[in-house]
Design a protein around this ligand. Sequence first.
Ligand code: IPM
Ligand code: MN
Length: 381
Amino acid sequence: MPLRLRRPGTLEFRLERQKTMELKILVLPGDGIGVEVTAEAVRVLKRVAEKFGHDLRLTEGLLGGIAIHKTGTPFPPETERLAQEADATLLGAVGLPEFDNVAPEKRPERGLLALRKALGVYANLRPVKAYTALLDASPLKNDRVEGVDMIIVRELTGGIYYGTPRGISGEGATETAVNTMKYTRAEIERVCRMAFELARKRRRKVTSVDKSNVLEVSQLWRRVVTDVAKDYPDVELDHILVDNCAMQLILNPRRFDVVVTGNVFGDILSDEGAVLAGSIGMLASASVGPKRPSGAYVGLYEPVHGSAPDIAGQGKANPLAAIGSAAAMLEYSFGLAEEAAAVTGAIEKVLNSGRVTADLNPPGQPATTAEVGQAVCEAIG
Ligand code: IPM
Ligand code: MN
C-alpha cells in the first residue's frame, strides 16, 4: 500500500512502500541474436528490481541449437525442470542455419514447441502498435499505419504444429508428407475466452480469423467462437477469412482490435503485423497458460523475431522486442503494472530520442544493442 505523508511546507510527499516481491525468472537466451537481446532485457529487469525494490532471482537454461550442442537435445529435462520451478520464463530465440536440413524432431525449433507444450501456454498475445516515432520506419504510408493498435491472440499449443499423424514416408514419386490440423472445442474455447477478456479492456472488438470456406477445423472454430461470444454481449465479434485478413492488415489495419486465430495463421499474420509496427524488432509477445494458485498466469515471454543468425553477435539486433516482452512479464506474471508501465514508457522515450538500432532507420548513426538497453535503463531513471 502506498503511504502518503504530508510534510509541512511541501506538496504532498508520496513515499512508495512497495511490497518487495521475489521474481523467480528463468532466462533461456537460445540461439543467434537471442543471446544479445535477452542480455539487454535482463539488464532492464535488474534496473526495475533495483528501482522498485524487488528481489530478482535469475537462473539460466539451455534451449534450441545451443542445447543440442551441449546436451544432444533441444529441450533438455533440466530446462523443463527449471521452467516449471520459475514464476516466468524469458526466452530469446531458437534456430541455427546448420540445422536447416535436419529432420523436424531434431531441430532447435522443436525445443521451443516442447517448452510451450510443457508449460501449457495456450494463448500467445502479440500486440501490434504503431509508435508515432516509427511511422517512417514502416514501408507503408504514414496515414495507413498511424493509430494502429491491435493485439493478435494466437493459439499456441495445438493445431497443425502438434497434430498427429505427421511425418514423411515412402520414397520416389510416392514419397509422402503428412501434417494434421486438429482442434478440440475445449482448445478453441479457452483461447477465445482469453481474446474476449482482453477485448473488454480495450475497444471491445474481436475479429476471429479462419479458413472456414475450405477447412472443417475452421468451421468448428467459427461455431465455437460464436458460442463463446454469447457470454460477452458487450464485445462485438466479426469473422474474416485468413486470406482476406492478410489483405485487410495492410489496407485497413485500424479496423482490428483483438484478432484471435489458430497457431499457424497467427504465426503468419503476426509477421505481417510487424510491418505495421515498423520492424519485427519491435514485436514482443506473452504466452500465457492456466492461472497458478497465486492468481498469476504461467508465462513464457519471447520476442516475435527469430534468431537472425546473419546479424548475430554484431551488436546490431534491436533489443526492444525482448525488453517489451520483459515488460509484459512484469504485468501478466507478477501483476506489477506500475513497473511494466515504467518499462514501456522508457521504450517510448528511447524511440522518441532516436537512439535506436539500424532496423528502425534512425537519422544518425544507429545505436548498438547494448546502447539501446542502456538507454532504456536510463529512461527508467
Ligand atoms: C514464432 C516462431 C516460431 C513459431 C518458430 C521459431 C518455431 O516463428 O514464434 O513466431 O513458428 O511459432
Ligand atoms: Mn513466427
